[in-house]
Design a protein around this ligand. Structure first.
Ligand code: SF4
Ligand code: FES
Length: 247
């Protein structure tokens, strides 16, 4: 495949960015999207040009760092991570536009890399449970109903990629936050800090500049882990309960 790429280039967080056009040849349809960008960067290196900066780590759909807006869609035309997106989803001769996540809470560091540390600060605000140290308790000491275990496990698959924020017209991180709150709120270990957790996480979310949820649903449609919209309802229920309890 031969492709034309329009890529956002920005030298640093304060520099003015612009779209630049590149051409890549002989791209196999079996390559991942990131491998296609590796080919472009080898080409740029050979030409003595600055390679395109993009984020990645596991390349297995686990770490959530390969955040790219491809033709206006978070992670591109398939519901998956960019590292799991293959070039067979594109056509020979296609022109592809590649941009960083667009959200004020995720400022651009360089080219296609954004700073997602706002998510880390939301987790620091409440995405944890406190446990006593000592010997591990017996597995059957804290029974968890199967329905709760399944729900907690399903929403624990959130990888913190930020596609939900990038896809949301409000730049809201409610799906991400709802996944964490639902995960811990369905388990006995998450009960002691449940009220405090939701209040602190929502306060940090707002402080970081993420927008509010208006039930559009773009977040769940873009989520590579299929986190459902009902986690946001759970978040809102937990928040109302916490406020009623005086938090
Ligand atoms: S909820 Fe989905 S889209 Fe949002 S951070 Fe988690 S895995 Fe990514
Ligand atoms: S590089 Fe880790 S999820 Fe894509």
């Amino acid at each position: 495949m031969n492709l034309t790429l329009n890529i956002w280039r920005q030298a640093n967080p304060t520099a003015a960015g612009a779209m630049h056009q590149y051409h890549v040849q002989d791209i196999s349809e079996d390559m991942s999207f990131l491998e296609m960008l590796d080919v472009l960067n080898e080409q740029l290196n050979e030409q003595g040009e600055d390679p395109v900066a993009f984020d990645h780590d596991c390349r297995e759909g686990i770490c959530g760092s390969c955040d790219l807006m491809i033709d206006g869609q978070a992670h591109g035309p398939e519901v998956t991570t960019t590292c799991q997106l293959h070039m067979r989803s594109f056509k020979d001769g296609q022109e592809i536009t590649i941009e960083p996540w667009r959200a004020s809470a995720f400022p651009v560091i360089k080219d296609l890399i954004v700073d997602r540390s706002a998510f880390d600060r939301i987790i620091q605000a409440g995405g944890y449970v406190s446990v006593n140290t000592g010997a591990a308790p017996d597995a059957h000491a804290t029974p968890v109903p199967q329905a709760d275990a399944l729900k907690a496990f399903n929403v624990a698959t959130c990888i913190g990629c930020g596609a939900c924020v990038a896809a949301c017209p409000n730049g809201s991180a409610s799906l991400f936050m709802g996944a964490k709150i639902t995960h811990l709120g369905r388990l006995p270990q998450g009960q002691p800090e449940r009220d405090e957790r939701v209040v602190n996480m929502v306060a940090q979310h707002d402080h970081e500049g993420f927008g509010g949820c208006t039930n559009i649903g773009e977040c769940t449609a873009a989520c590579p882990k299929e986190i459902p919209l009902d986690v946001i309802s759970q978040l809102n229920r937990d928040l109302r309960t916490a406020i009623r309890n005086g938090h």
